[in-house]
Design a protein around this ligand. Structure first.
Ligand code: G3I
Ligand code: 9MR
Length: 559
């Protein structure tokens, strides 16, 4: 029969390592057989039966699985379901995710403020520099005696947060921390990874050069007089869909807050450990970071509950600021994370006492929940920590492995056979970062326990992001056959280039649908639309790309 391409056969659109688990998911229950063929369908290689029917509690759509893990031959293939059609092509080979790995980090280069992207490094996505942010205004909400409202300060560099042209300390925190953790966990992998960025010629790993672009900005957000940290560097209202060089409305630094101080403390304390190895290239920077971290920590101790409440701020001060709030209200996890980073760096007992062990259930990290970042750090540096820390670290290890065990328990009955989507609660704004952060947790559990099942499930969450999901999209721009073409990303929309900036992870299914765009479905795992209108499902964000970096680079590194 003449088979057709079917979007109802969903699998990783990039491909598989030869020995890895290989699964395609078939939407519907009408078919029972599958085979693996060459993309022109002329060669048939492997055949099998589909699994029994899987159903989730939150979707009426049944699925069956095609498991071709036993097929290990390198090459380019499709999955064929006789009568239904064939899948997008994929490859089987070693280093299969290397392209996505590099692109996921290079995406940060494309997000840089304060510099032009030249054709040499940015190809068709080259663009003029936006404003350098060397003249940023102190908003009345942030006024002090030394820096009264209207004072001009310099706050250059940093990454564009997402689809909008602002810089938020809270979101930079988890992003930069996650990238530093990727480097700390897999240094040998990153030491030789070349990304074709302007700094590629220096003798510093490219990923570290990229991280420093943002870290140096974060340091400018600290008020040297008191150690407090401004919540964000932003304009008053979101820019229209223009290129960065047209994002010229005034930028402000706004109110200091506890979350901002602790995010800077955590990230700069962590950076000290990495930068000590590059003292020759960056003389004094590690020391500056440590001073900044300690100063911010002290500010947070004196100001332990300063929330960023944008509405309240707007009642008291002009101009009103209506850009992203990142308004956390609970700082216990930020205290724990910052204390853990300061402790791992300094071994000073005052910080150990502030780490605490949360009695509640562990939570997968997100911008307002960072407790596990501290656990990961202490576990990573366990051997260098004083004896007094060992019992706490032992308990953290045990709890992470237990959490991972709970995560994978019922995967066998899930429609997409991934940890991601076990519960409809996974489908929040930025759900793809939930998948990636679950992947990080599973990798941590694997590193702690040596139990390979955790690494396999981390990989299947990557399969989810690259196409084995209920939308049928590979969510990384430019990587896969069906990928987002219209992300809510101002440069991609305004640059006149058909292809969006590559390597960016779209937000993903979000039944909240806060943008009120014309979603094709409101079922939690399908509530996604590839439309520039959709900032709630199709924006990109640095805190979503960073866990993708960790997941895909970690997996490549571990092979
Ligand atoms: O905290 C509540 C929780 O108690 C409740 O159970 C849950 C139910 O939906 O909602 C939780 O609040 C959510 C909040 O994120 C915290 O997770 C909100 O519904 C949700 O709308 C909110 O979404 C955030 C969104 O901004 C709107 O504020 C996203 O996490 C955040 O990633 C996103 O970030 C934006 C920036 O503001 C601006 N730049 C772009 C960036 C990405 O879209
Ligand atoms: O473009 C904005 C996006 O970056 C934010 O994540 C999102 C939520 O805060 O808001 C977007 O801006 C929209 C605004 O909130 C409402 N009017 C339409 C804007 C999108 O063009």
């Amino acid at each position: 029969a003449q088979e057709k391409l079917s979007e109802n056969i969903r699998t990783n659109q990039i491909g598989f390592y030869p020995p890895a688990q290989k699964i395609a998911v078939v939407a519907g229950e009408a078919y029972s057989e599958f085979y693996i063929a060459s993309p022109d369908l002329k060669q048939k290689y492997f055949s099998g039966k589909l699994s029994d029917v899987k159903r989730s509690a939150f979707s009426p759509k049944p699925t069956r699985l095609a498991d071709f893990s036993a097929f290990k031959t390198p090459g380019r293939f499709v999955v064929v379901i006789p009568g239904l059609g064939y899948s997008y092509p994929f490859e089987i080979r070693e280093k299969i995710h290397e392209g996505v790995a590099k692109a996921s980090i290079k995406a940060f280069y494309y997000q840089r403020f304060s510099m032009a992207l030249t054709p040499q490094y940015a190809g068709q996505w080259s663009r003029a520099s936006g404003p350098t942010h060397r003249e940023v205004i102190v908003h009345p909400s942030a006024a002090t005696e030394k820096r009264p409202a209207g004072t001009v300060i310099s706050s250059p560099r940093g990454w564009i947060d997402a689809g909008d042209y602002n810089k938020y300390i809270v979101n930079s925190g988890i992003t930069t921390g996650t990238l530093l953790s990727a480097y700390e966990d897999f240094p040998a992998y990153f030491d030789t990874l070349k990304l074709a960025i302007p700094e590629s010629g220096n003798d510093v790993p490219d990923v570290l050069d990229e991280i420093l672009w943002n870290l140096r900005w974060m340091l400018t957000m600290q008020d040297p007089a008191d150690g407090g940290v401004y919540h964000k560097c932003t304009n008053a209202r979101f820019d229209p869909m223009v290129m960065p060089d047209q994002a010229t409305t005034p930028r402000y630094v706004v109110q200091k807050g506890t979350a901002a101080a602790l995010n800077l403390a955590a990230v700069s304390a962590q950076a000290v450990r990495v930068l000590r190895k590059f003292e020759r290239q960056f003389p004094g920077l590690a020391d500056s970071c440590l001073r900044a971290a300690q100063h911010a920590w002290k500010w947070a101790q004196k100001n332990p509950d300063v929330k960023y409440d944008q509405n309240k701020m707007n009642e008291a001060f002009d101009p009103d600021v209506t850009t992203g709030a990142y308004g956390d209200r609970d700082f216990s996890d930020e205290f724990s994370w910052a204390a853990a980073e300061l402790y791992a760096t300094t071994k000073d007992a005052q910080y150990r006492n502030a780490i605490g062990l949360s009695p509640g259930a562990l939570l997968v990290p997100t911008w307002n929940q960072v407790r596990l970042l501290g656990y990961y750090t202490l576990i990573r540096h366990e051997k260098q920590l004083p004896a007094e820390a060992q019992p706490v670290v032992a308990e953290m290890k045990q709890r992470i492995v237990q959490f991972a065990g709970d995560m994978i328990k019922d995967v066998g009955s899930h429609p997409y056979h991934t940890v991601m989507g076990s519960t409809p609660k996974d489908f929040v704004w930025g759900s793809n970062a939930v998948a990636a952060n679950q992947g990080i947790l599973l990798i941590q559990a694997y590193r702690i326990s040596g139990d390979k099942r955790y690494a396999d499930h981390a990989l299947s969450n990557l399969d989810y992001l690259l196409g084995r999901n209920a939308t049928g999209y590979s969510f990384v721009t430019g990587h896969g056959s069906k990928t987002p073409m219209h992300p809510h990303h101002r440069p991609s929309e305004a640059d006149g280039v058909t292809a969006p900036v590559p390597g960016l992870l779209a937000g993903g299914p979000n039944p909240g649908m806060q943008d009120k765009c014309a979603y094709p479905s409101s079922i939690p795992d399908e509530a996604y639309i590839d439309d520039v209108c959709s900032y709630a499902s199709n924006e990109v964000a640095i805190n979503w790309n960073a866990p993708l970096v960790y997941l895909v680079c970690g997996i490549e590194a571990m092979r």
